[in-house]
Design a binder for this molecule. Sequence first.
Ligand code: F6P
Length: 361
Amino acid sequence: MKKRIGVLTSGGDCAGLNTAIWGVTVSALQRGWEVIGIQDATDGLFSRPMRYRQLTMADFEFPFAALGGTMLGSNNSGNPRIQMKADGTFEELTEEELNTRFKEGVAELGLSALVVIGGDGSMAIVSKYCKIAGISMIGIPKTIDNDAPATDLAIGFSTAKNVVMEVLDKLNTTASSHNRVMIAEVMGRGAGHLALNAGVAGFADVILIPEIPYTYEGVLNQLKKNRSLGKKHGLVVIAEGIKTPDGKHSFAGNGKTFKGVSEYFAERLSNDGFNVRSNVLGHMQRAGNPVEEDRILATSYAVHAIELLERNENNRVVILKDGRISDMDLNEVLKIANTPVDPEGDMANMARSLGIYIGEK
Ligand code: F6P
């Protein structure tokens, strides 16, 4: 049966979103369906006039599916109540108005389903509106933090890992020229997947992540030990979400964003005689074109999402589990907590075996 479906991207952007939008669109078009790209996450449906565009093959002339960012725009404010009006000013909507606008919007566009490419938070919010509007929803997980519940891999993580690794390679070259310790502050919120994976691939001496407690002395001793073994420079990779060694002070900037951890360590290590420079890698970690792993993952997730809609499934999240693409009920997914690094997992143990300081057991 011919369908008209919507697709949107929600939450912090990452590489692979355009590939996922492309995958959803071409798979749907092959079935004779129509696809409406909703702009700026759900804002496209809440604002008046609505912001959307019908997607066709012409939208994906090379290289658009291979580019970073999202052609549909996104929003990670978590508050859909503030909406921009046509004249550029803002209005605040009530929850009731949001429900009504969403329902009217999907009716006007003739949508029977929405594919939400986002984090679990976005999926939870959008599914509520979809239920009220009486349309199906399928979720596709994305986050460079790779802590999305239920799935082993989220879109964006592989590329971000690569971006961080490449920056670490660069930092290592200048660190070795100057016999310096370079500190790299890496994103990830409360999860250390990005720091741990990129840190191992980038030959770090120290990797600190929120999941494993550490001591400042542990960091200092590691750098001193490596120096005594003949390594004159050092690389310290720190996940932005760690706390101070006493566990009291987190480096959260405003509760949502993080800052300051690399500076804290730079100051302490230079007081202990090291020639140190700190680097905050920042949003370049979310940028760049998707690597092969993200293109294949995004494409596989998109195809699976369309197959689910073809079978009239609703409220499902596409996941990768033990190497296989499958899906799970959204409510079940939301019951599972975000997935942190396993302190006793293979990657953590390998880092320990290599002599990298990753905190205390
Ligand atoms: O969740 C993805 C992420 O990139 C985190 O790693 C980071 O802390 C946060 O988003 C940054 O958010 P913003 O784009 O709002 O600064």
